[in-house]
Design a protein around this ligand. Structure first.
Ligand SMILES: *Cc1c(COP(=O)(O)O)cnc(C)c1O
Length: 456
């Protein structure tokens, strides 16, 4: 009873070209090359319409953490759809999956969190936070605290407020962003720096640019600081160990709210349930999405700390904000099944003690390759810097898109990795076996060899 009509690859490509606008895509370029049709998936593999089997080392888009084809999630959705596919949570209503999920999330999250607000995506979660942060300070009698500090090259989503929080220059340039009241400091990207400081000195200096910016703006003007524990779309930027503790200290000193964007790092990717657990921060907000359902259905949300939630509950009256799909029962049922699966299979512990260290060791060995200037990986989230020469360190010029070439050759060789400039990034599903990890590394190395031969 398939409701999707079967067509040839060429027919689908033609219809796609004529009618479908893609996210983050240069359509002229796409139309010359034609889109790749991904038609099914199983475990850690995706299959295209030509039957090519490709190891998905990006977990879809950082989300299919439990792998494809998991019966538990599929059945949770179909059971819930039969019972109650949708109802809203406005007008004094709620539904069992939303309530149950809120309680499950409370148990998983750090102790300052007892409440969650549901959304449909990470972008919506960050938009929600902008409104909550500003409302909180209004209610606290400090309405002049309006400015939110973020970081260059951060990614917090693509709606107007989320893209403003993000620090992606091309996004800002295309639409007159950021909106007022959002400023950006440098990211803690040691490899991208002149490397004159040690990583520790650099980590401290990078954190202290927050202190300097707060003082410049006036501490009583600053509402919050937002950061991804590890920047994802910006190129898997893993800060030095002393960075986050210093950021926390600075936020505490000035009484400003800390927002830990857990859209990628939430639900296990770093070998802990949340990035805040990994780095030891005590955020006031944690937006999440992606991994909460392993991407099987769209769902996002915001953990709101007691400090903020109690003020909103006591003083806000009606907080005039929400989405049609806030607390969507089917999405919430899938999230519960997904979290139960992660717990039953011990996948977070597996990343910490087994597949994480196993892949990290081999990933680190790729740094021997003449094209690789640095590798880094925490949990199952890693990056590899492609360089023109290692000693002395010489980067590829911007005009030479080696990262894109590497990405394309990887796919041709049966492996999905993403390119951010000349940084290759990977974030495979938590169920990756040792044999599949070996395959990932072998395919990556093979691709590096091909590029090296092509350009030298
Ligand atoms: C993907 C992402 C978002 C945006 O999530 P969407 O569901 O695409 O709106 C926000 N923050 C981070 C860190 C992300 O990686």
């Amino acid at each position: 009873m398939a409701s999707i009509r079967h067509r040839s690859r060429a027919e689908w490509q033609e219809l796609d070209k004529e009618h479908h606008l893609h996210p983050f895509t240069d359509h002229k370029d796409l139309h010359q090359r034609r889109s790749r049709i991904i038609s099914r998936a199983d475990g850690v593999y995706i299959y295209d319409a030509d039957g090519n089997k490709i190891l998905d080392a990006m977990s879809g888009l950082w989300c299919v953490n439990v792998g494809y084809g998991r019966t538990e999630l599929i059945e949770a959705a179909s059971t819930q759809m039969r019972e109650l596919p949708y109802y809203n949570n406005f007008f004094q209503c709620t539904n069992p999956p939303a309530v149950e999920l809120a309680a499950v999330l409370k148990d998983l999250s750090p102790p300052q969190f007892n409440r969650v607000f549901f959304t449909g995506s990470g972008s919506e979660s960050n938009d929600t936070i902008v409104r909550m942060v500003r409302t909180y300070w209004d209610l606290m009698g400090q309405p002049e605290r309006k400015t939110i500090i973020s970081r260059k090259n951060a990614y917090h989503g693509s709606t107007v407020a989320a893209a403003s929080l993000g620090g992606m220059k091309p996004m800002h340039e295309q639409s007159g962003l950021p909106i007022p009241g959002i400023v950006h400091i440098d990211q803690p990207y040691w490899f991208g720096s002149d490397q004159e400081l040690s990583p520790e000195e650099f980590g401290l200096a990078a954190a202290r640019t927050l202190d300097a910016r707060i003082k410049e703006l006036g501490p009583d003007q600053v509402a919050a600081f937002i950061g991804e524990p590890i920047q994802g779309a910006g190129g898997v930027i893993i800060p030095p160990d002393n960075y986050w503790p210093e950021i926390q200290r600075i936020c505490d000193e000035h009484g400003i709210l800390l927002i830990s964007d857990e859209v990628i790092t939430g639900f296990g990717r770093l070998g802990s349930w949340f990035g805040a657990d990994h780095f030891g921060t005590r955020p006031d907000f944690m937006p999440f999405a992606k991994g909460v359902t392993s991407g099987y259905l769209p769902l996002g949300g915001v953990f709101v700390s007691d400090r903020v939630a109690e003020v909103l509950i006591e003083k806000a009256g009606e907080f005039a904000h929400g989405y049609t799909y806030s607390g969507h029962p089917t999405a919430c049922a899938v999230a519960i099944a997904n979290i139960q699966l992660i717990q039953r299979e011990g996948l977070v512990e597996r990343i910490r003690n087994d597949i994480g260290p196993y892949l990290q060791k081999q990933w680190a060995e790729l740094a021997d390759h003449p094209l690789v200037g640095e590798t880094r990986m925490v949990g199952l989230m890693g990056a590899m810097e492609l360089v023109k020469s290692k000693d002395p360190l010489q980067r590829f010029p911007d005009k030479q898109p080696v990262g894109t070439l590497c990405r394309d050759l990887c796919i041709e060789g049966g492996l999905v990795m993403r390119a951010v400039g000349n940084t290759m990034i990977c974030a495979p599903p938590f169920i990756l076996s040792h044999a599949e990890a070996d395959e990932l590394i072998e395919k990556a190395r093979h691709t590096l060899d091909r590029i090296h031969r092509a350009i030298h």
